[in-house]
Design a protein around this ligand. Structure first.
Ligand code: PMP
Length: 346
């Protein structure tokens, strides 16, 4: 007889990562196409000399650098093993059995899994017809059991955004004991001036946390570094549920070097944004509905055609992310990669 595991986990779907096949054009995981900067590689190499020692469990140098950059107290910053780990910590720090977590759907695939793992209940609120968050409906979905609300801005996988005025109205109306997590994994790709900077919006609010990552604009998906900026009391709880030494010294050093190279990396983001717009324009010209995206991907809400479109792309050597019955998400790659996708899809 095998050891007994929690029966409720039998029903839980596993997180499905974007596909990866050697030699294929990979536009399935919202990574950036550019490799690491030489300065980041040098920092990684230098840090490698110290891997016989445990890393700084508080990621102090990185947390201090982030705090200075964002003009927050370092006690508000918690670094984790990718923002998905920090996301898990935020859930663990706020939710127990039977508590509810409200979020839009479709959104980031990990939310329902992380919520169920702690025995809490996902409460999903359908996106609007324009594929964006329905904040009034999310507000209405909050009950006395709600402990946490995710607002993914821009939203994965639709690329849609929530603007300042509606988000402020929403935050003003959420009960103060409910934590709102603004997941800003793609914030560096936003060009809409009406989209607020979550850290600014959270200032002075005791129930708002911001989640960010080095995986996207900063190009460190393979090293796993993310962080939250949260009210100090929340940050303290989030730190307690983290795995000790969860972020390697190499990852911490690479993140610090990436922050130092932010200007250079933001130039890459600007180039990516131009490509995103070119891809969207070409798709719209070809007759697809494509919501305006503020992230490093576009969303094609092709409904029941999702799997077939993804297969057509795969047959042409381009891997995209299909959500059966709903749509296809395509990361923005290099101009040549994007051309390969457009040739397959249009
Ligand atoms: N939030 C959102 C909205 C995401 O799309 C992702 C990655 N797909 C993450 C968080 C997690 O990213 P990471 O763990 O690499 O920081």
């Amino acid at each position: 007889m095998t050891a007994r595991t929690r029966p409720d986990l039998d029903l839980l779907p596993a997180y499905v990562p974007g596909r990866s096949t050697p030699g294929a054009v990979k536009l399935a995981s919202n990574e950036v196409a550019d490799g690491p900067l030489p300065s980041v590689v040098a920092a990684i190499t230098a840090a490698a000399a110290g891997i016989n020692r445990y890393p700084d469990t508080g990621s102090t140098v990185l947390a201090t650098a982030l705090a200075a950059r964002l003009a927050v107290d370092a006690a508000q910053v918690v670094v984790g093993n990718g923002s998905v780990s920090v996301c898990q910590q935020l859930v663990q720090a706020t939710c127990a059995d039977g508590d509810e977590v409200v979020f839009a759907w479709r959104s980031f695939e990990a939310y329902p899994i992380l919520v169920r793992v702690v025995g809490a209940v996902p409460v999903t609120v359908p996106l609007t017809a324009e594929h964006g968050h329905d904040l009034p409906a999310m507000l209405a979905a909050i009950t006395p059991r709600t402990r946490l609300v995710f607002v993914c801005n821009p939203n994965n996988p639709t690329g849609t955004v929530v603007r300042r005025a509606e988000l402020e109205r929403f935050l003003d109306a959420v009960p103060p004991e409910v934590l709102v997590v603004l997941d800003e994994a793609y914030t560096e790709f936003v060009r809409d001036p009406e989209v607020p900077d979550g850290v600014e919006l959270a200032r002075g609010r005791a129930n708002v946390a911001v989640l960010r990552t080095f995986s996207k604009a900063y190009g460190l998906a393979g090293l796993r570094v993310g962080y939250t900026v949260a009210p100090v009391a929340v940050a303290t709880a989030v730190r307690k549920v983290g795995v000790p030494f969860g972020v390697s010294g190499i990852a911490q050093a690479a993140a610090v070097a990436s922050l130092d190279a932010a200007d250079e990396l933001m130039v890459r983001c600007a180039e990516l944004v131009l490509e995103r717009e070119r891809v969207r324009d070409a798709l719209v010209s070809a007759g697809y509905e494509v919501p305006v995206s503020e992230a490093n991907f576009v969303w094609l809400p092709v409904g029941d055609g999702a799997l077939a479109l993804a297969q057509r792309c795969a047959d042409a050597g381009v891997l995209v992310r299909a959500f059966a019955g709903d749509g296809v998400r395509v990361s923005t790659g290099t101009p040549a990669e994007n051309d390969a996708f457009l040739a397959a899809a249009t």
